[in-house]
Design a protein around this ligand. Structure first.
Ligand SMILES: [Zn+2]
Ligand SMILES: [Zn+2]
Length: 155
């Protein structure tokens, strides 16, 4: 598949592994995915989030409502964030999200198979009220806000 970002960058999933696609799960889905990795159940659930490395936009093809959510990287100094979620990031009151790319997948899978505690390359949380996504990596928090929501057409 090819997707042209709003910034003009052309993204493609033709090369595997890639750093464009992030396999992404909420907590209940992740628990099932662990069982899938352990080959205990068949859980063919897929949510892919594409990341544009030119402008940092995220595209979430959301399987739960068949919509494409476009996220943009919010200005960290924004005063327009009315939601209290920005203060709640470290309190665990937001929904946990598990997300990793093809390069990170093998080590996560082997940690699961070895019964080790899985160390994720980034901490991701989602605010169900304002739909912001927070990504914590390298001691930096990036906040993403929904820019556009479009219906997906089944072709
Ligand atoms: Zn872009
Ligand atoms: Zn919020």
């Amino acid at each position: 598949m090819i997707k042209t970002c709003k910034c003009g960058n052309v993204m493609s999933d033709a090369t595997v592994p890639n750093k464009i696609i992030y396999w992404t799960y909420f907590e209940d889905e992740w628990e099932k995915q662990i069982l899938e990795i352990l080959e205990k159940i068949h859980f063919p659930f897929i949510r892919t989030v594409w990341h544009c490395d030119k402008c940092d936009r995220l595209y979430n093809w959301e399987p739960k409502d068949n919509k494409l959510y476009t996220y943009f990287l919010e200005n960290q100094d924004s005063t327009e964030n009315e939601c209290s979620c920005s203060n709640e990031f470290n309190k665990g009151t937001l929904l946990k999200v598990y997300s990793y790319n093809d390069f990170e997948s093998p080590s996560i899978q082997s940690q699961i198979r070895n019964g080790e505690e899985v160390v994720f390359p980034r901490k991701v949380e989602f605010c169900p009220r304002c739909k912001r996504v927070f990504v914590f990596k390298d001691k930096k928090i990036k906040a993403f806000y929904v820019e556009e929501v479009t219906d997906l057409k089944i072709e």
